[in-house]
Design a binder for this molecule. Structure first.
Ligand code: M6R
Length: 606
């Protein structure tokens, strides 16, 4: 939530900041702003809405000119999206950008008001800016340390002091921040895509480390002023990965990237067609010995966990509980020594998932993170890490991250089933080979585009719809439904098909769309019966089915036949038309597909 950037070097800093923020807009787009040192003063330009509005404003007002500045793209938490609440905040002496939430801002604000300060915005951030000003004694490091000792909550901060026009200060706690290291130019950013056009080298800031970023030097200190010497990381992402590459939207591009993402993710974990997590240092005997497995995540990542639960329980016979991180962390969960918690997160920064991980560690459970962003907080905190290799996912609606998370769920399930003696080596090899075939099958599923576009044309005027399925199809229907609602803004629910007649079927009226998924042979007849029940009550049925499922005339209005694959792996195939249906529905509605309203990619607040 919120993206921050900073630049110091020979280039025009407003241009660099706008470019960097354009790569961070996925983190929030309620407002945008920059602050630049111009002739010894800090000049701020900011406004409500997308970055494009800021660019337009600067085209007419004139952009600040200088070679050092900070920038922000906002996902509003405290205070509505407005010009006044936009970042940067501060005064002529100190100006900041902030990602996170200051929990004790009210007390601090009251204190500052009693000291004669006045506030113009409703944000928590302005309190930090004014507190920096209050404690400023000519020594920025001492001032920042003092302020850090008083603020509670999460923050990544970019700070400029008027008296120090040759440097930017940066600090973080519970919100991501990197320092990009270039050739006579340096950067700060919430994420790698913001700087990858300029440099691949960066430092990952740890909690409460303070970076002093100058044109020719980056120095990092702890809060006591001791210098810290850190290792430079090098981003291995393709520069083009953060561009649309000819596609109309990132979401469509990322759907097309799924075969490669899956291949890149599973290949390093397969040796001679057997799962092999030795590079991650996993001990199969230890893995199979866990009493319970908890899979904890949010949103799409949680849905990938649902697929994991069905598969691990089915083939490895180990009990798996899947829970939403924000629920798990507050329900005093029964987790402890002998249990394994697997957290799944694309960003590795999701606040609730991170808190659940901390809770499991405190309770004595072992923890494993399945994460896409290298060096992210969750990856650093977990005992074991499996990196998915999806590359940057820019579209807020997750597609390729889901697919790679599911692919790791399968590999882990195979490893566990084999270690547990539930799979023979032959069966394990057979399934692993089938997983290795998935990139080609996903490619075939992408060819269903036109059919999905047609299905989307039937949904575009709907007010509400249902997704139904049984077993793995139910697990997948949750993701299908989320994808549709988040980008098309059409209300939808996913339902276990057998549960409909216990209440929800009363919602069915003439023409109401129902998207049914039927890929699990042993359950297909039962799903078809449930489809007939909704059809008889007037539903418009779109059936996504295995190619062998027999569908009598009149049962479904549109049938989307999937390419052939083993039924256990079918969620990886059927996910594709569900993503495409959601995508085309949103496009037909004229929505901003990559930046759906009210959402942000990385949810670093609870
Ligand atoms: O970064 P994470 O995977 O932890 O994010 C969790 C959810 O916010 C995320 O999966 C969200 O539901 C998707 N972007 C929706 O498409």
């Amino acid at each position: 939530m919120c993206g921050i950037a900073g630049y110091i070097g020979d280039r025009d800093s407003a241009d660099v900041l706008v470019d960097a923020l354009s790569k961070l807009e996925y983190r929030g787009y309620d407002s945008a702003g920059i602050a630049v040192f111009e002739n010894g003063t800090i000049k701020v330009e900011k406004c409500k809405g997308r970055l494009a509005n800021l660019v337009e404003k600067m085209d007419s007002d004139g952009k600040p000119t200088g070679h050092c500045g900070i920038g922000h793209t906002r996902w509003a938490t405290h205070g509505e999206p407005s010009d006044i609440n936009s970042h940067p905040h501060g005064n002529k002496r100190v100006t900041i950008v902030h990602n996170g939430i200051i929990e004790n801002y009210k007390q601090l604000k009251d204190f500052l008001i009693s000291e004669g300060y006045s506030f113009v915005s409703e944000t928590d951030t302005e309190t930090v800016a004014k507190l920096l000003d209050y404690y400023y004694n000519g020594d920025p490091m001492a001032t920042i340390s003092k302020v850090l000792s008083e603020i509670k909550g999460s923050y990544a901060l970019g700070i400029m002091f008027r008296d120090f026009p040759d440097r930017i200060f940066a600090v973080r706690k519970d919100s991501p921040l990197i320092v990009g290291v270039g050739d006579s130019e340096n950067f700060i950013a919430s994420d790698v895509p913001a700087i990858i056009h300029y440099t691949r080298d960066y430092y990952l800031l740890e909690e409460n480390e303070i970076a002093v970023v100058k044109k020719d030097a980056v120095r990092i200190f702890d809060v006591h002023g001791n210098e810290i010497f850190k290792k430079i990381n090098t981003a291995d992402w393709d520069v083009d990965a953060a561009e649309k590459g000819g596609f109309e939207h990132f979401m469509l591009k990322e759907i097309h990237e799924q075969p490669t993402a899956v291949k890149t993710t599973i290949t390093p974990r397969i040796t001679e067609h057997m799962p092999d997590f030795s590079a991650e240092g996993f001990d199969a005997n230890k893995l199979k010995s866990y009493r319970n497995i908890f899979i904890i995540a949010c949103g799409t990542a949680m849905h990938a966990g649902m697929v994991g639960k069905y598969v691990i329980e089915k083939i490895a016979r180990i009990p798996v509980t899947v829970d939403i991180a924000s629920e798990f962390r507050y329900r005093n969960p029964l987790i402890g020594e002998g249990d394994l918690m697997i957290v799944i997160s694309q960003s590795g920064e999701t606040a609730d998932t991170k808190a659940a991980l901390g809770l499991a560690k405190e309770a004595g459970a072992d923890t494993m993170a399945i994460v896409n962003v290298k060096g992210s907080s969750i990856a650093r905190e977990a005992d074991m890490v499996v990196y998915t290799h999806a590359g940057p996912e820019i579209s807020v609606a997750s597609t390729k991250a889901y697919m790679v998370q599911v692919s790791i769920m399968y590999l882990l399930a195979f490893e566990l089933a084999y270690a547990n003696g539930k799979f023979t080596e032959e069966t394990c090899r057979e399934y692993t080979e089938k997983l290795e075939e998935m990139p080609d099958i996903i490619d075939e599923a992408i060819l269903l585009k036109e059919k999905c576009q047609f299905a989307a044309s039937k949904l575009v005027n709907a007010d509400s719809l249902l997704y139904i399925g049984r077993g793995l199809d139910y697990a997948l229907s949750m993701e299908g439904s989320l994808k549709l609602k988040e980008i098309s803004y059409i209300h939808s629910e996913s339902y276990a098909a057998g549960e409909l007649k216990h209440g929800t079927i009363s919602l069915i009226t003439d023409g109401m769309p129902v998207i049914a998924i039927a890929t699990q042979k042993d359950l297909v007849e039962k799903t078809i019966s449930n489809i007939k029940e909704v059809k008889a009550r007037g539903a418009f049925v779109i059936l996504v089915a295995d190619r062998e499922v027999e569908v009598e005339e009149g049962v479904a209005d549109i049938v989307i036949r999937l390419p052939e694959a083993d039924q256990m792996l079918m969620p990886m195939v059927a996910a594709v038309p569900l993503q495409l249906i959601a995508y085309y529905t949103a496009v037909l509605k004229g929505n901003d597909v990559d930046k759906p309203r009210n959402l942000a990619k990385s949810v670093t607040v609870e």
